[in-house]
Write a new protein. Structure first.
Length: 320
């Protein structure tokens, strides 16, 4: 019998999955790919492989984890192992430019965006973009890295030429039109096995760090109502979400060989949907899930268990 192999670089995020695999008695092994050796002369073990490599790994001092993971994935795919979120998914995970081009190829609308390397070039790109309000963000990001909102070129110049400017890990800064929503929230759609699981409404009123992982939570937001305080959770699972964008996302995931992902979009005042981020290392917020009884990691563990059984069956037949 094979195992589920989980490729990652963040124990704090991965333990939520391994807990669910333990509950289901699914055999697994965790490969922490911050550092390591890939023996290209050997064959990989039998089993199925699931990559949870993150674009924000460098913020945890795991600068070359994506590069090492790419080598491992290439090795696994060369030997025909069943890999979920393989090299194509990783390529999109670490580059928003690649994300937007892949989304556009499937007819999915993204905000107008320019990519630039160099401080002078960032300013030139913003001038060419021609938007009154725009944001900057890192091409290899996660956790809202480098996201800044500007209402003037002058403000951008002060930031880019100042001490607070954040240099992206890959050198590429994105300059993007600012989509103003009628209400300050975005929607994150979760997919497992390429199929829609649920949507999450994320309050964006206090900034752009929108990772739903428990470890990333800034804390619940509160708003005063008279003398009382009404709790306002940052993440809320939407139980009745139904939108044509779901079918588009599922087709996109299939075309790009992505099994597990969280895809984020914002809707403007005219109702137009703009997709701006794909997270192939998706996490789930425990508090939001508890209120609705929907658990992403439970569904993911079930999916991996089923796929492992299929693979074991195929291997058993091949031995006959």
């Amino acid at each position: 019998m094979g195992k589920v192999y989980v490729l990652h670089e963040n124990d704090e995020w991965t333990v939520h999955l391994t807990k669910r695999l333990d509950e289901r008695n699914v055999p697994y092994e965790v490969w922490h790919l911050d550092e390591g050796v890939v023996d290209l002369t050997e064959e990989p073990p039998e089993g199925i492989f699931y990559s949870r490599m993150s674009a924000s790994s460098h913020t945890r001092d795991h600068r070359y984890a994506p590069e090492l993971t790419e080598s491992v994935l290439s090795w696994l795919e060369r030997h025909g192992r069943k890999v979920f979120n393989g090299s194509r998914a990783l390529r999109l995970e670490v580059s928003k430019v690649n994300q937007y081009m892949a989304l556009n190829a499937q007819g999915i609308k993204t905000p107008k965006t320019m990519a630039a390397v160099g401080r002078k070039q960032i300013i030139e790109a913003a001038e060419k973009l021609g938007e009154k309000s725009f944001i900057t963000k890192h091409n290899r990001a996660g956790k809202g890295l480098g996201v800044q909102l500007f209402h003037s070129i002058e403000g951008l110049k002060q930031y880019v030429n100042g001490e607070d400017f954040e240099l992206p890990v890959d050198g590429i800064t994105l300059i993007q039109e600012y989509i103003e929503a009628p209400e300050p929230f975005i929607t994150r759609c979760e997919f497992i096995g390429g199929e829609f699981v649920y949507a999450v409404r994320v309050d964006a009123s206090e900034g752009f760090e929108l990772c739903p992982a428990d470890a990333c939570q800034i804390g619940d937001l509160f708003c005063p109502v008279g003398e009382e305080v009404e709790e306002k959770p940052k993440f809320k699972v939407v139980t009745d979400f139904d939108d044509p964008i779901i079918a588009q996302y599922e087709s996109f995931l299939s075309a790009n060989h992505i099994a597990v992902a969280g895809i984020e979009f914002i809707r403007d005042a005219d109702g137009t949907v703009y997709t701006y981020d794909i997270n192939t290392n998706t996490n789930y917020n425990a508090d939001a899930e508890e209120k609705t009884g929907k658990y992403g990691m439970v569904e993911l563990a079930k999916f991996l268990e089923q796929e492992l059984k299929k693979e074991d069956h195929v291997l058993a037949l091949s031995d006959l």
